[in-house]
Design a protein around this ligand. Sequence first.
Ligand SMILES: [Zn+2]
Length: 232
Amino acid sequence: MLPLLLGAPSGEPLSVLAIGAHPDDIEIGAGGLLLGLAGVALRARYVVLTGTADRQQEARTAAHSFLPDADLTIELFDLPEGRLPAVWDQAKDILEKMARSCSPDVIVAPSRDDAHQDHRTIGEIVPTVFRDQLYLAYEIPKWDGDIGRPSVYVPLSAHVMQRKVELLHKSFPSQRGRDWWDDEVFFSLARLRGMECRARYAEAFTCTKSVIVPVTPAGDHPQGGDSHAHRH
Ligand SMILES: [Zn+2]
């Protein structure tokens, strides 16, 4: 299958906005993608909408571990966990302000089809405030069993997948006691998604809208577009 390459636009760092409802969402859903961007000139904004002080500290550690080389901005909020639909206005205000102050090339955020109400709320708001971005909605295995049919795959080497799981354990010690937090859950979903895209491991995303622009051998974009996030 022809891959669409995710790289820095010429002369500028690739700009990524990662949004999570809870500390650990971004890393579970897209940690491999972020680790895979090591070495790419990267400007990253890392945003989590809920979390106690302890959990926020975990999120900070995780952001630095998963994005060690990025020009990184971390923004943590303390909206009530499990209640984002009840503070929908505040969630929308935060994301709207973000959309006014940055124009990322790529957004990774939860999906509107996610069964968790906090994830779903963000997934509903993101495309209403960010209208000109490649939005990749990540998946998070959970008790509700909402694993869906993704449209975009990011193949991961065994090394990157190992590193992802190691960093999950190291960054989020508060989650270790949870019955779903284990290597088998993380590796088995990644192996399944890898099988689906003919790689060893993968992370999968849904993307409801993307723009593809042919690039000529000289590197011009005949449409004059600037969809540098999506290049051949
Ligand atoms: Zn979550």
